[in-house]
Design a protein around this ligand. Structure first.
Ligand code: ATP
Ligand code: MG
Length: 874
């Protein structure tokens, strides 16, 4: 570890020029122990130089990764514009002992509080300063080394033509020439700055400039096309004058479908790194990039524009994004008088006589109530008045807080107590996260142009589905054909057929009209059926009690921000496109004329084969954050990994706390599914990995203890279900294993928030008895006394929670208790001549206690013991 103590490094900035690099190299001649930290971003000439001089640069370069947390003993900083920033970046690596040496030809701002030595000389290049030092110290310079050094001087002085050039620069160059520096190398490196292909791209970028004003900022988006990938374009973008003049620009370069985007920004308010991270790229606010396949340039352009609009909205007031045309109804109004109005909107505002806001009413509830014939009741009876409301002047960004803390779907907007508008949760989320987009077009689609695959699955279907279901599918297919519809088996069941797993959830999508088909189907075979007009879904229950779900292929359309999504008929493909992951988008056609054809629109088959969970488009998690939980559930259940881009977007969505804004009821059902999965423990580990649990549970830690408890809990659930025939309340047990560290009141709050109030009982009991187990008695009989009145569910947790030896004893006792009747029974006592009495119980207990303590080993000994003890009583 001696190396760590002696670490000496030379630091140059990201994207540093050749002068900085040559200077850094010169320093390695002065101090051979010092290494250059290679920036991630290389200017083109530096890149060329590193390639050309790889031989003499060997062992002189380190990457930022190599640094890690190691302390630097001596730090050289060369030719920097912002010393303070560098020291901040290296914060972890510096301490009071670090010696810092600065070389520069522009006087930097001096900093106090550090041990810094400044070597400043006003020369044309920084390399000149280093060369002077080499001369002074009489250090030998070889021809190759001289060439590398002279490059820096040439570049920074514009081959001695810039005004800043000093006699010192020429002297230094003269010295290097004497040492054998080769002038032709200078020519090849410095003059290959921009080649023809790059010029072509730059030209296109100039021609295609489009200004895109948002806020008070000017932004350029421009595109260029080429056959092949052309490196180093980014270094030339600053040559484009209009690019220099705007606050930010995005250059989109499409090389035969492989698209790179380069973004630069001068304004902190336009964070190009973040904007490009939504496209799978990254960077910081001032510079970012992304590489994308499978989207067109136009799509990327509109995506960028939409994000920028979103960024713009963030600073807007709520009044600028709300929907104004809201419906207000006086609270005294009778329900029957507003039957038409409530068909149109999801919520209405209830006002008093002065027109002031009293609350909202959910029209779904009103419609439902009307159906039950309560039209004479006044609206007053349906008012929900404890809703979160916004003031119209509130900034959009501030509204985010409310989103997270409430599960409301719609937020009324008020002005001095009068209702003036409404915004929906989904719309607000999209605005805040920069995605205002057209639902109808769904334009940011990476999987849009995948060619669909068709496979013959007739045999698989026949062999893998129970016969009675198969026969129904055939019947449905025949009927669909007759009605001129198309019918498809979709969802989890198709995925599971492909994976050869069992699944009996039958979901069918009809291109056409599901309700009409079900009506006919039910009529023809005399099956029961019910339907939901609004959602275009129906369910059949066959004479054998088999349930089959139907839905018309549909998509959801938002007519205006905050509107109720309208369900519209659509193609199968559009319907599948709304789904969560590619593996869930497979379908098998069952229409008679194409029965058994598997259709794969979005590469679901490939992803099953590769064992990976992938979303269908970039906005998936934003559209529905519950998918975060579903992603880990499927990954854990199948042992799949989460795709790279999907993982990145998942993490981003967790960071953005989107889950906290999801409806708590849906979180409840997903968690319930998760805890009931066989591989719940693995899923929980994933939830930990992605910091999902940390969001749902305050002060969550996944320490060794919890990990052990979870692993044991998995085993205990099996033990109790198999050996003790007890249906374990897995949900409560897992919840407890995740929250036993919290004070009871806090756990209660979380349980209530996510509608797990049933679980409180187990928590309460655990906290009541847990202190008793700080001291464990030696004798099994005494341990039995402690546990005999504890319910099985709590025992499941206790045996996972207590030390292993104690829980093994508890399990031993419980198993003996199971066999208790075999040992000795009331009948045995009767046979021995004892009269049935309450005494019986006591005697039996006594025998059992001796049995678990090992004092009585079997039935024979038990009977003997009884005879000895009770013989003279009779
Ligand atoms: P399981 O085996 O757990 O039942 P499943 O895939 O059938 O898995 P379900 O929850 O039954 O999952 O949902 C049925 C189908 O509906 C899924 O295959 C999925 O395509 C779709 N789906 C469910 N939830 C979502 C969601 N949040 N977003 C998009 N699609 C969803
Ligand atoms: Mg299912």
């Amino acid at each position: 570890m001696k190396k760590e103590i002696d670490l000496q490094v030379i630091y140059i900035e990201e994207g540093a020029d050749l002068d900085a690099f040559s200077s850094a190299f010169g320093l390695t001649l002065i101090n051979p122990d010092a290494k250059i930290i290679k920036p991630h971003a290389l200017s083109p000439t530096v890149r060329l130089t590193i390639n050309r001089f790889s031989e003499i640069l060997k062992d002189k370069l380190l990457t930022k990764k190599d640094l890690k947390d190691q302390k630097i003993k001596k730090l050289y900083v060369v030719d920097t514009s912002n010393l303070k920033k560098i020291l901040k970046l290296l914060d972890k690596n510096l301490d009071y002992g670090t010696e810092i040496v600065v070389y520069d030809h522009h006087p930097p701002k001096k900093l106090s509080g550090f041990n810094i030595k400044y070597n400043i000389l006003k020369t044309g290049s920084a390399t000149t300063i280093i060369v002077k030092e080499l001369q002074k110290l009489k250090i030998e310079v070889k021809p190759e080394e001289a060439t590398l050094l002279i490059l820096g001087i040439y570049e920074d002085t514009g081959s001695f033509t810039y005004n800043i050039t000093t006699p010192e620069d020429l002297k230094a160059a003269a010295f290097l020439l004497e040492k054998g520096a080769k002038l032709e190398t200078i020519k090849t490196i410095l003059e290959r700055r921009i080649d023809e292909k790059q010029i072509n791209i730059v030209q296109q970028l100039i021609e295609n400039i489009q200004y895109f004003p948002v806020k008070n900022k000017k932004i350029i988006i421009s595109v260029a096309y080429s056959k092949e990938y052309i490196p180093d374009i980014s270094a030339h973008l600053h040559l484009i004058k209009p690019f220099q003049e705007v606050d930010a620009f995005f250059a989109i370069i499409n090389a035969s479908g492989k698209i790179s985007i380069i973004g630069r920004s001068k304004s902190k308010e336009i964070n190009v790194g973040k904007i490009l991270s939504y496209l799978g790229g990254g960077g910081h606010y001032s510079a970012g990039s992304a590489m994308i396949k499978g989207m067109t340039t136009q799509e990327i352009k509109s995506y960028l524009e939409n994000i920028l609009i979103g960024e713009f909205y963030r600073d807007q007031k709520i009044s600028n994004i709300m929907y104004r045309n809201v419906i207000k109804v006086k609270k005294s109004e009778k329900l029957k008088n507003i039957t038409e109005i409530i068909k149109k909107v999801p919520v209405i505002f209830v006002i008093n006589d002065e027109g002031k806001f009293e609350g909202i009413a959910i029209t779904k509830v009103l419609r439902e109530s009307l159906r039950h014939g309560v039209g004479d009741i006044s609206i007053e009876n349906f008012v929900i008045d404890n809703v979160v409301t916004f003031e119209e002047k509130m900034p959009v960004a501030e509204a985010e807080k409310y989103l997270i803390n409430s599960s409301q779907d719609y937020f009324p907007v008020l002005k001095k107590g009068y209702p003036v508008g409404i915004v929906s949760r989904t719309y607000l989320l999209k605005v805040i996260h920069g995605q205002v987009f057209d639902f109808e077009k769904d334009i940011f689609i990476t999987r849009e142009r995948i060619k669909p695959k068709f496979l013959n699955y007739t045999e698989r279907l026949r062999s893998q589905i129970p016969k009675d279901i198969y026969e129904e599918l055939v019947k449905i297919g025949k009927l669909a054909k007759k009605l001129n519809f198309r019918a498809y088996l979709v969802g989890g069941i198709v995925r599971d057929i492909v994976m050869k797993r069992k699944n009996l959830d039958i979901d069918i999508i009809i291109e056409g009209d599901a309700i009409e088909l079900c009506k006919k189907y039910a009529e023809e075979y005399n099956y029961k059926f019910h339907y939901f007009e609004e959602f275009m879904t129906a369910q059949i229950i066959t004479d054998k009690g088999l349930k089959i779900d139907f839905a018309t292929a549909r998509k959801e359309i938002y007519e205006y921000p905050g509107a109720y999504p309208k369900v519209k008929k659509a193609s199968l493909r559009e319907d599948l496109y709304r789904r969560d992951f590619t593996i869930n988008t497979l379908s098998i056609e069952i229409t008679e004329d194409n029965f058994g054809t598997l259709i794969d629109y979005f590469n679901g088959l490939r992803d099953i084969k590769d064992k990976v969970i992938r979303i269908l488009h970039q906005l998936s998690f934003i559209e529905d954050p519950v998918r975060i939980l579903r992603a880990v559930r499927f990954a854990g259940r199948f042992g799949f990994k989460i795709g790279k881009l999907t993982e990145r977007l998942l993490r981003l969505s967790v960071d953005e706390k989107l889950l906290l804004a999801a409806p708590t009821g849906r979180i409840n059902s997903e968690l319930t599914y998760i805890f009931n999965e066989d591989r719940a423990t693995e899923i929980i580990a994933l939830m930990n990995k992605y910091k999902i649990l940390h969001q749902l549970i305050p002060e969550f830690v996944f320490d060794d203890k919890r990990e052990e408890i979870l692993n044991r809990l998995r085993d205990m659930i099996v033990t109790f279900e198999i050996f003790f025939k007890h249906k374990v309340d897995r949900v409560s047990n897992y919840l407890l294993s995740l929250m036993y560290h919290l004070p009871l009141e806090i756990s209660y709050q979380i349980l209530e928030r996510y509608h797990f109030s049933n679980g409180k009982e187990l928590f309460k009991k655990f906290f009541e008895i847990k202190y008793k187990f700080t001291k464990i008695p030696e004798k099994n009989s005494e341990l039995y006394e402690m546990i005999k009145n504890i319910g099985k569910d709590l025992l499941v947790f206790l045996t996972s929670y207590l030390p292993v030896d104690v829980s093994e004893r508890i399990i031993y006792i419980l198993r003996k208790e199971e066999e208790r009747k075999l040992l000795i029974s009331g009948n045995d006592l009767k046979e021995l001549g004892l009269k049935p009495s309450p005494e019986f119980r006591k005697i039996l207990d006594e025998i059992f206690l001796k049995y678990i303590d090992g004092e009585i080993k079997n039935r024979k000994e038990a009977l003997e013991y009884l005879k000895n003890k009770y013989k003279f009583k009779n």
